[in-house]
Design a protein around this ligand. Sequence first.
Ligand SMILES: N[C@@H](CCC(=O)N[C@@H](CS)C(=O)NCC(=O)O)C(=O)O
Length: 303
Amino acid sequence: MSDIILHQYDSSPFSEKVRICLGIKGLSWAAVDQPVIMPKPDLVPLTGGYRRIPVLQLGADIYCDSALIVRELDRRFPEPSLFPGGNRGTANAFEIWADKTLFQSAVLAIFGTLGDGVDPAFIKDREALSGQPFNVAAMKALSPFALTQIKAQAALLAEQLTDGRDFLEGAKPGLADAAAYYNFWFIRTFCPGLIDRLPDVPFLDGWYDRVGAIGHGARSAMSPSDALAAAKAANPIALDTLPGDAPMIGKRVTLAAADYGRDPIAGIFAGSTHYSLSVVRDEAELGAIAVHVPRLGYSITVV
Ligand SMILES: N[C@@H](CCC(=O)N[C@@H](CS)C(=O)NCC(=O)O)C(=O)O
């Protein structure tokens, strides 16, 4: 049984980002398929409230958000690095651009194209997730614009490849590739025929094919109950704390995403790094569970 457990669903673009990173590292991992909409009764006991996908589980340690998941994978399994060529800062910038700007254009292009074909239960769920109307008519109206934006973003991205390099950071693939790739994968998977190829953008499709060919590492399947049992059988790892956060150790806090899916995670503050915040929670059936979120884009509130 694999120790790396990814709570995911196959159509999830942020899961695809993590799956490619698992592929870059050639890791063996187990997929626990979670529902696409609420309720998620086998996920929330682990996260303490966080409902988004993907979530990484390593024993009794739960890592929320792809941005933290990929960094924890890189910390625990450093070779091959997700930051090849020492360009950690540029990879961070690529990722933020891909997860926000590019992703928003992709979502608009996809749902504007799918239009009235979107499942009403999905729409209702995503309205609750975002706290905003899921306005299919507006998305339909904006989808031609979204498509021009995707093509413009693709051209910007491809400028990084004009010297003939195989991947965005050079000869080796990394996080920057996984993050940019999953957006094109999302559109090409959900809207076949929309932008299956981008012949006007030199280098883009060759790069896309190379990243897709990396694959997902060695994937197996795990049941949600086995994942819960793995959490129960383990203890959270020891954590460091940044000196500035030390006064919060032992205090009751809540952590929450600041953009959407803001369900709070309540627990005892247990550690931090420059890119993460951690709490430990006592979950009735499972015992002590540590939940980790990125620092960037998440709030922490002392209760
Ligand atoms: N910043 C988050 C975004 C995660 C996200 O929006 N995930 C989508 C699926 S790809 C989601 O959770 N949708 C709602 C759901 O599945 O409940 C990350 O990088 O993991």
